[in-house]
Design a protein around this ligand. Structure first.
Ligand code: ZN
Length: 305
């Protein structure tokens, strides 16, 4: 029996919203899915779910991005520059906070997944990890000391420019950078390049080599930050193609060139791992975000003058 308090978690995804009332994976009281449509309609549907629930002491929101997570900024809690119709500039946190008198935690869906995998999943027991998603988009979230690694804004490591495979000059599909990581290895990029959806592309197809090499560059970069003790990799492209794990691990090791001799990184099979929580990582991450917001509020009530 868990004595952790109930939190309302909302994973705000580009196509669907997962709402969950829980204190962890073993104490899920209710779970509701809502399609993501226009902001007004969608947020009203989320509020209808929250209105029906009782007993939660905090709300956590793990959202698609980009979002503003700077608490000192006037647009804190907003979706910022998404191309998703109607959503750019939408105030999420202000609206939810004004309706429910509980602390509200807010971060990206990828950081939410990192928090959940560290708490209950494939990186259980580790406080310093990265979660990478390779799917419709590419993103990486890092946590250190159990908290999101935040500064000016959230990480956008899905848009690094990887070193290309010699002779590969394909232009890529990122509207901002062309052949950045997302422009090379996202599901839509693989489909645009090969004419075949990633999950149907044969393991022997030469395009996989360029994909693995590019993802290896992201892993190289994550190792060099000195933060993650493990990297959990999810998203449709990774999860749908088991042959990709061995090749991205090999690409990371090759790219690092023996520079990092730490045993954690040398043991690539246990350093780069698939997720353990599946589709629940997002909503459970929102639960952690809500619990952390509650903890911060309690802490500030003790330290306030
Ligand atoms: Zn890009």
């Amino acid at each position: 029996m868990s004595e952790a308090p109930l939190v309302a978690g909302i994973e705000l995804g580009g196509t669907k919203i997962n709402c969950i009332l829980a204190s962890g994976p073993d104490t899920i009281e209710d779970e509701v899915r809502i399609p993501t449509t226009r902001p007004e309609e969608t947020l009203a549907a989320v509020e209808a779910v929250l209105d029906r629930w009782s007993g939660f002491v905090a709300i956590g929101i793990a959202s698609f991005g980009p979002i503003s997570i700077d608490r000192h900024a006037s647009d804190y809690g907003h979706i910022t520059s998404t191309p998703k119709p109607g959503w750019a500039g939408t105030d999420i946190v202000g609206r939810i906070r004004s309706r429910y008198n509980v602390p509200v935690g807010f971060h990206t869906d990828v950081v939410g997944a990192a928090l959940a995998e560290a708490r209950w999943g494939a990186a259980k027991g580790l406080a310093d990890i990265a979660y990478v998603t390779i799917g419709t988009g590419v993103g990486a979230g890092m946590i250190a000391g159990g908290r999101p690694v935040d500064g000016l804004t959230h990480s956008e490591l899905g848009h690094i420019r990887p070193v290309r495979v010699p002779g590969d000059d394909w232009l890529g599909v990122c509207p901002f950078h062309g052949a950045c990581l997302e422009g090379l290895v996202s599901g839509p990029a693989i489909a645009a390049r090969t004419g075949i959806a990633a999950e149907d592309l044969p393991a022997a197809h030469p395009a996989w080599e360029t994909v693995a090499q590019a993802i290896g560059q992201l892993l190289h970069t994550l190792v060099l930050t000195g933060i993650p003790r493990r990297v959990v990799m999810g998203g449709g492209v990774m999860v749908g193609t088991s042959h990709l794990f061995p090749s991205v691990r090999a690409a990371m090791t090759r790219s690092l060139g023996g520079y990092i001799t730490l045993p954690e990184v040398a043991l690539a099979d246990s350093y780069v791992v698939p997720p353990a929580l599946g589709g629940r990582a997002g909503p459970l991450g929102a639960i952690v975000l809500g619990a952390q917001a509650l903890g911060e509020q309690l802490q500030s009530s003790f330290t306030a003058p």
